[in-house]
Write a protein that binds this ligand. Sequence first.
Ligand code: AMP
Ligand code: MG
Length: 362
Amino acid sequence: MYGGSSRYSEVKGTKILRVDPSSPDADLIRVAADVIRRGGTVAFPTETVYGLGSDALNPEAVMKIFKAKNRPLDNPIIVHICRFRDVNLLASNIPRRLDILAERFWPGPLTVILKASDIVPRVTTGGLDTVAVRMPRHRVALALIRESGTPIAAPSANLAGRPSPTSDRHVIEDLAGRIDVILAAGSTPVGVESTVIDMTGKTPTVLRPGGVPVEDLRAVLGRVNIHPSILSRGLMEPEKPLSPGMKYRHYAPRAEMVLVEGEDGSVIKKIRELIDEYVVQGKRVGVLTFDENLDAYSRAIIKSLGSRRQPETAARRIFNLLREFDREDVDVIIAEGMPEKGLGLAVMNRLRKACGYNIIKV
Ligand code: AMP
Ligand code: MG
């Protein structure tokens, strides 16, 4: 499908530049950075998922991201920086505690919501007066931002609504022919997006669980609220989303999906019943389970998120497995829940959204 190990290839007019994730070739980074500087679009790996980037300060360039992804215009985009002092360019009224956060979590999977400065185009912030800022830790991302000489606006590099891209293959699947360049560097290590924390209010509030566990934020900040839509266990969609991304169907496979949550024994029993029902209807069934329950099911395509006790593994695998089910033409995916500790909170949030809040409690 694409040029294997060769450094340059092209799919539907999109240039694919294959780089080493730990020490990317300077000349390829230069080619990609040139495209950013001229107002074009570049997909690149971060430690969370692949991002689709353009010059965050150039409104026409940012518009191209919305177009390529079919992203609703009111959904703001995270701005990526490669050195701390650029926060002062993008934000005003910066709270003192940002220093502590940055010291501990940057570069890394934490996005901070701050009051936006006038330099940030309103198309980048989805019309809001706040801006989301992150310093990623992936070497390719940092090299690209540094070489471009401008902050890079980048949402996940997937078509809006689809599972986020955790390998260059996923980016090519969704965006070849729609963007200028893809920096291809294999799989992303964390696998779920950054944690988004709003620092504009009195108490810091997590708007999206992600790569930095809420427990770690509390250890540094003390009191941290979690937005109720995350804690409502998915039974209620937010009516007035603080973070506009909350209100859209997200991460969704093409297959119908249902999430079964509850006590282990009852979950297995319920899923077995569901498999029987769907099979009778002539449906191809997929089950997304954990290593502990791999032998509990039959008559279905079974995939494991790893051990239930290792949410890091589940995070790394979740989006790829949802896409695999689609490639294998499954009609319905039945997923098991997991404990919401550490990265488990982010994994459960993605599962609930992926199934469109189609949840069975047992
Ligand atoms: P993604 O599009 O996958 O990169 O996700 C970015 C997330 O950050 C979305 O949920 C956005 O709504 C959220 N976000 C970005 N900027 C802001 C902002 N200024 N205020 C609140 N949420 C934001
Ligand atoms: Mg996204």
